[in-house]
Every structure is written in structure tokens, then in C-alpha cells.
Design a protein. Structure first.
Length: 53
């Protein structure tokens, strides 16, 4: 069975447009890291809200 974009066997797949940190210095990578951290925290909060967690 084929699934639509973003869904694979009842799992959500997100494609976050983030800068590629490859070859960048620490100062350039920190904002990328912070953005990932913020998005993960928001995703966890959203899942908790949906599941009553």
C-alpha cells in the first residue's frame, strides 16, 4: 500500500528546511542547532497535547 507524502505506516515524516551545517564553523552551526532544538520541543509539546501526555 502506498501512503501520501509525509506519512509512512502511521508515522509522520517532517521535512524541515534547515541550513546544512557541513563545513561551517561553530558560530554558524549554533543557530541551526538551536532551531532544531526549538522545533523538536514544539513537536513534543504538540504530540503531548494530542495524546494527553
Amino acid at each position: 500500500m502506498r501512503y501520501g507524502p509525509g506519512v509512512v505506516r502511521d508515522r509522520l515524516s517532517l521535512d524541515w528546511a534547515l541550513d546544512d551545517p557541513a563545513g561551517k564553523g561553530v558560530e554558524a552551526v549554533r543557530p541551526i542547532r538551536d532551531e532544531i532544538k526549538a522545533r523538536v520541543r514544539a513537536l513534543i509539546a504538540e504530540i503531548d497535547a494530542q495524546t494527553g501526555g
